[in-house]
Design a binder for this molecule. Structure first.
Ligand code: NAD
Length: 479
């Protein structure tokens, strides 16, 4: 039984209700989970509020907090294989990704923000007898709501800065993938995180446990990652209390391949951009724009590489695509491909469900950027390929989207790459690469892809109440 962590107690739902979490590979039952009620959300907020108002955590120095967060990171490293397997079984993420990318990134999130909070530069302006400087006191109680597609990595992208800057947290993981958050909380308590500083409630959306997390005046910050539609509901729930929200939402990112690109780089990176994580990645390059003069050669190589990808049990190291998360999601992905066919698409490869929750890498051509498959987030292993003639055309198509999360481009002309990055409606632009990150840089999206930025100083601004202090000195002493 997976319970909520409220304060230091592991508790059932207030009404005893539960839900199940199953392995998307074979449907086997992995756990029965407390189905949080609004009363549970309320109790978790009370615990987080008490820990903030009366507990040691906000009163520690950033260095003291960093020491504990590093101990938690060490414990995550020590449990890496166990956490990776749990993540793979709960969400279908390949073991290669869980073990070599996501769980190591959990530890990195903790270490990076622990050190950033302790070491970040602070502004101070001595101006004659006036000394002006900024304080960054913690904001208070943070609600963190995370999605299923990179469960613990994204949860700690929120928890780590919130804690490092001295806040207390109530985390609600996605109901599809509740396991690693619960295990992480256990590990963190054992590693020395004080009680009440991190609370974890399990369950569903705004009518249930998430209601108080977004609509209660005791919440000082909401950090949300999920779909653009849910993001809008969270913003609405937060508005009456004027609670600041950081929202990292959906994407429909363009991946632009110019004729002068090195195809030895562009083909494998474009494959990763859409098929890694089964396309269940907010940043996925789901609109592939290829310069027409190189379209035939690129598509031949890209389709061959897509067909060579291994689809299967995510616990096998050779697997590149595991199962989709759940039946409802598979139906949605398959429905988009059926829709594409009626909109006149050619399915170059894939397009037919493989049984269970498995769906093959699928390449669609023959659509325009006006087609629903080119405009809406499918969130599966489905790429829409579009041709273009000039740099201006490519940029116009890329920016013709309600989303604005990321963009990738492949070219050997770095003047052009830099020009395009400056005019791209996207929170992140990758040039001749994909998915690399420096946690000091801002992360977030334009349009319906998000509100605000997190990372480095951007996280500090969100998770603290920056305060201007002006100190007038009466006696400056002899010069
Ligand atoms: P979702 O919006 O359905 O759910 C996200 C979380 O919100 C879950 O924990 C869910 O239980 C909770 N929730 C649902 N209704 C709520 C409500 N009314 N109030 C508060 N919380 C509520 O998203 P999902 O299907 O879990 O995740 C996939 C989506 O997340 C995709 O759109 C993807 O692009 C996006 N995403 C974005 C980023 C990013 O960094 N921009 C990263 C990963 C995923």
């Amino acid at each position: 039984m997976i319970r909520h962590l409220i304060g230091k107690e592991w508790v059932d739902a207030s009404d005893g209700a539960t839900f199940e979490t199953r392995d998307p590979h074979d449907g086997s039952l992995l756990g029965t989970v407390a189905r949080g009620t609004a009363a549970d959300g309320d109790a978790a907020l009370t615990a987080a509020r008490e820990a903030f108002d009366d507990g040691p955590w906000p009163r520690m120095t950033p260095k003291e907090r960093a020491k504990i967060l590093h101990a938690v990171a060490d414990a995550v490293d020590a449990h890496r294989d166990e956490l990776a397997l749990t993540e793979t079984r709960d969400g279908g993420k390949t073991i290669t990704q869980s073990g070599h990318a996501e769980i190591p990134r959990v530890a990195l999130n903790l270490r990076f923000f622990a050190d950033y909070a302790a070491m970040a530069p602070n502004e101070a302006y001595p101006d004659g007898g006036l000394l002006s400087y900024t304080l960054y006191p913690p904001a208070g109680v943070v609600s963190a709501i995370s999605p299923w597609n990179a469960p613990l990595m994204l949860a700690t992208w929120k928890i780590a800065p919130a804690l490092a800057f001295g806040n207390t947290v109530v985390l609600k993981p996605a109901p599809q993938t509740p396991l690693t958050a619960a295990r992480f909380a256990e590990i963190a308590l054992e590693a020395g995180l004080p009680e009440g500083v991190l609370n974890v409630v399990q369950g569903f959306g705004g009518d249930e446990v998430a209601g108080p997390l977004t609509g209660d005046p005791r919440v000082d910050r909401i950090t949300f990652t999920g779909s653009s539609a849910t993001g809008a509901a969270v913003l609405k729930a937060a508005a009456p209390n004027h609670t600041p929200v950081s929202a990292e939402l959906g994407g429909k990112s363009a991946n632009i391949v110019f004729a002068d690109a090195d195809l030895e780089v562009a083909v494998p990176q474009s494959i990763r951009a859409i098929f890694a994580g089964n396309g269940q990645v907010c940043l996925a390059g789901s609109r592939l724009l290829v310069q027409k003069s190189v379209m035939d050669e690129f598509l031949a190589r890209f389709t061959e590489a897509a067909e060579a990808l291994v689809v299967g049990d995510p616990k096998e190291h050779s697997t590149f695509l595991g199962p989709l998360i759940e039946q409802r999601h598979l139906d949605k992905v398959a429905g988009y491909v059926d829709l594409a066919r009626t909109e006149g698409a050619t399915v170059l490869t894939g397009g037919t469900p493989l049984g269970g929750l498995y769906y093959p890498p699928t390449v669609l051509t023959g659509l325009t950027n006006a087609a629903r498959c080119a405009r809406e987030e499918i969130f599966g292993p489905v790429v829409t390929v579009l041709g273009f003639d000039t740099e201006e055309d490519a940029l116009a198509i890329a920016n013709d989207s309600d989303y604005g999360l990321a963009g990738m481009l492949f070219t050997q002309n770095l003047d052009r790459a830099h020009r395009m990055a400056a005019r791209w409606k996207a929170g992140t632009v990758w040039i001749n690469t994909f998915f690399e990150r420096d946690l000091r840089l801002p992360f977030g999206g334009e349009g319906i892809s998000g509100v605000g930025r997190e990372g480095g100083q951007y996280s500090r601004e969100f998770f603290t109440e920056p305060r201007a202090v002006m100190l007038r000195l009466r006696d400056q002493g002899p010069r």
